[in-house]
Write a protein of this length. Structure first.
Length: 307
C-alpha cells in the first residue's frame, strides 16, 4: 500500500460504508442498514479498493474475509468513527450549554412559516437561550440599532444606513383587496383607473407614508377617485373593515392568503401585486455580537439564503 493513501485519497463516506460492511458481516445487511442498494454497496467497496490500491475483502462460499490491508483499513475506519462520535458529543454539549439572551426589535405582524419554524428549531437546539422581544416601528428599530444597543432588528428598511448590516428575510408583496360584501367583488376590474367612487381603508404605516414608496403612489392614485373612509395603524383593523365591505385597502398578500376566510377576499389591480417591500434583519457593523447572537444570525441567514 502506497504511503499516505489513507490521508490523501480516502473518502470518509467510502470508509463509513466499509466499516458497516465489516460490522454487519454481509453486503446485503450493510445495504439494509444504510438504506442503499446492494449494487451501490458493491460499487463503494470497489472504489475504496481502487483508492487504496489493494484488495480489502475476499469473498468465498457466501462468506468474506478481510485481507491484511482490509484489517488495517477497518481499524482506521473504527478510529475515525470513534473520534467523530466524540466530537459530535462535544458539539452537542456545547450547543446544549449555550446560554444568554437575544434581544429582538421587530416589526409587528411578521407572517412567515419559515421564521416561525426557525424559532422552534433554534429553541430545540439551544434550550438555554432566552428572548426579549420589543415590537416597534421600523424607524425606531433603526434609530436604536444605530445607538449600538445590544439587539438585532427585523423590520422594513427603505433606506439602508452605511453603519448597519442587512440581510433580507422576506420579500413582502402588497396588493389591493376588497371582500365579498363589496360592490367590486363581482365586477371585472382590469385597471386601477376603473375603481371610482368607493371607500378606501388606509393603513398608516411607514411603507405607505414614505413618499418614495410605490405603495404611496398607488394610494394617492386611489384617493384621487375614491373617498378616504378609515385610517388606522393596525393591520387587523384594516382587514376587519375590508372584510365588512366598507372599503378597499392595501395589505400584504401572504397575510390575506393565510387568513382562514381567504376565499372572502378578492385581489384588485394592479396585478400581480402593487409592490414588494423587503423585511430585513439588521445589526450594527461596529457592535461586537454575543455568541448567541452570532448563532442566531447564522441560522437566519442559512434558512433564508435561498429565498
Amino acid at each position: 500500500m502506497r504511503s499516505n493513501v489513507l490521508l490523501d485519497k480516502c473518502n470518509w463516506s467510502l470508509l463509513r460504508i466499509f466499516r458497516v460492511i465489516v460490522q454487519e458481516g454481509s453486503l446485503n445487511k450493510a445495504a439494509v442498514k444504510l438504506f442503499l442498494t446492494q449494487s451501490a454497496i458493491s460499487q463503494s467497496l470497489k472504489r475504496l479498493e481502487e483508492q487504496i490500491g489493494d484488495t480489502l475483502i475476499i469473498r468465498t462460499g457466501g462468506k468474506f474475509y478481510l485481507t491484511a490491508t482490509g484489517e488495517i483499513v477497518f481499524e482506521a475506519s473504527m478510529m475515525i468513527y470513534s473520534q467523530l462520535l466524540d466530537y459530535e458529543e462535544r458539539l452537542n454539549t456545547e450547543k446544549n450549554s449555550l446560554s444568554g439572551t437575544i434581544k429582538l426589535l421587530v416589526l409587528s405582524r411578521i407572517e412567515s412559516r419559515r421564521y416561525d419554524q426557525l424559532l422552534h428549531d433554534f429553541h430545540q437546539k439551544y434550550p438555554l437561550v432566552d428572548f426579549q422581544v420589543d415590537v416597534l416601528k421600523s424607524k425606531e428599530i433603526q434609530q436604536l440599532l444605530l445607538q449600538k444597543i445590544p439587539a438585532l432588528g427585523i423590520g422594513i428598511n427603505q433606506v439602508l444606513h452605511p453603519k448597519l448590516n442587512y440581510h433580507t428575510l422576506i420579500n413582502q408583496k402588497y396588493a389591493l383587496f376588497c371582500s365579498e360584501k363589496h360592490a367590486l367583488y363581482t365586477e371585472d376590474i382590469q385597471s386601477i383607473d376603473q375603481i371610482k367612487g368607493h371607500g378606501f381603508i388606509s393603513f398608516q404605516s411607514e411603507q405607505l407614508n414614505n413618499p418614495s414608496s410605490p405603495l404611496n403612489e398607488v394610494r394617492e392614485t386611489i384617493l384621487k377617485n375614491n373617498k378616504l373612509l378609515v385610517t388606522t395603524n393596525n393591520m387587523d383593523e384594516v382587514i376587519r373593515f375590508i372584510k365588512s365591505g366598507i372599503g378597499i385597502g392595501l395589505l400584504p398578500k401572504n397575510i390575506i392568503e393565510k387568513n382562514e376566510n381567504y376565499h372572502l377576499f378578492k385581489q384588485l389591480p394592479p396585478f400581480p401585486y402593487v409592490s414588494i417591500i423587503p423585511i430585513s434583519l439588521a445589526w450594527h457593523k461596529d457592535r461586537e455580537l454575543s455568541l448567541v447572537e452570532q448563532y442566531f444570525i447564522n441560522e437566519l441567514r442559512s434558512v433564508f439564503a435561498a429565498h
